[in-house]
Structures are given as structure tokens and as C-alpha cells.
Design a binder for this molecule. Sequence first.
Ligand code: MN
Length: 265
Amino acid sequence: MLAYAAGAIPISYLGDFFLIYFISDLHLTPKDTALTQQFRVFIDQLTSADSLYILGDLFEYWLGDDTAKYLGQQSIETDLRQLTDRGVEVFFLRGNRDFLVGLDFCARTGCCLLPEQHILTNTTTPILLLHGDSLCTEDTEHQAFRLLVRNDTWQSDFLARSIVERDTMARAVRYRSESGKRIKPADIMDVNPETVFEKMRGAKVRLMIHGHTHRPAIHRLEDERTGPMVRIVLGDWGPTPSFAKLDGSSLELWCGDDANRITLS
Ligand code: MN
């Protein structure tokens, strides 16, 4: 448990319900100590009544659970362990950068691994959670890559290689995708509206939360078949954190000092 100064009431306790936080796209790397420090400050504020959903790309990249030390990410694992030891439930849904996070990481940190799509049901309305890259179906190059690397055989083959070899392969892919980003039109990098509707209809939900696109917003949508829907996009972490906070039926999307709020029904 966190120790609070006498008389101080943790903000979380001001709500009627336990709080659920959602974050994504921190892209933590040991090179960016300020960002890592931001993450620490953020998780230090969570209390044992809270849950934290990490919706992918917590890490800039991840080469397998045996590479935490090599990648300089052991301190993040320790931070997560301390967080879960304090009683905060932490769920990890993998992104396109950290899709190789696995059960060993979860055993060390106490995080609970989620499948690539997860429906939260202990909320006012069911919420579909996903990283978001599967919604960007117009980026056919990324979809082909996604299909390849999410394949079990590809993953076990990759993880059987030496760490240095894995790193070399990953660097080549990152180099290609970074240079690809510069030439791809911005629209291709965003979600495809029809894919969004398909996912929500398929999951029978009216609310979805995802990250990946780094375009934080609350989108109110009208599906011609099923009516109003909401898509919440988490922001990436720049100089300030970005997160969504669910307090009962009130959902806030924070980006730095800016907050947008919707009421769920
Ligand atoms: Mn991503």
C-alpha cells in the first residue's frame, strides 16, 4: 500500500466506484529517462482499489521475455511488480511493438496477459479493448507484417534465435517501418471506419478503447445498423502522460492537462 500524508484523501477514493485506468503507447526505452520517470509518477498514484489496463506498446520494443536485461527494461519490470504487490490489478494487452511479451514477463511482474481483443464486462457498458493496429486495415503492408509475426511458428522460430540475432532482425524491421511511415499518406495510418464498426458489431459492444494511432480523441459514431457507438483513442506519452480513467459511468480522456469526459449509459 502507498503511504499517504495524514488527512490526504487519494483522489481515487472520491469516486463511488473503483477506478479503471487505460494507457498505451508509452514506448518506454532506457534512453528516455524522463519518460520512464513519468510512468513511475503515474503508477505511484494508483491505489489498491484501482486497475490498470496497458493496451500495448508500453515498450519501444521487446524481443522476448528473456531480453528484459538486454533491453535495459528490468527496472520497469520491478516497478510493475511493486505495483501489483500493492494490490493494483494490472492487465497487459500487447501492441505491435511489444507483441512478444509473454507469460514469463507476467510471472515476474504480476501482470495478467490479455488476448489481442478483450471485452471488459464489469463496467456500466461492455467495453472492447484492443491495441488498435488491427483497425488500420488500409495499411496493407502493416497488416501483412502483423499476420506474420502473430503466427505461433514464426514466434517460436524467432525466440529460438540468439538475442543479438533477434535484435538485428528487429532493427531492420523498425528501420523499414520508420522510413515507410514517411512516405505513407496519413489516412492509411489511421483506423478504417468500416473495420471499427465490424469489430464493435462482432463483439456486440457500443464502446471501444484503443491506442496505436497516437491520435487521442473521443469519437461519437453512428452505426446505421445498431445506433450510436463511441470510440476512444488513447494518446501516446510525450512530455506528459495520456490516459483514460473510468469512474463508474464517467470516462475521462486525459492528454497532459486537457481532459474530455463522456458519460456512459
Ligand atoms: Mn502501436
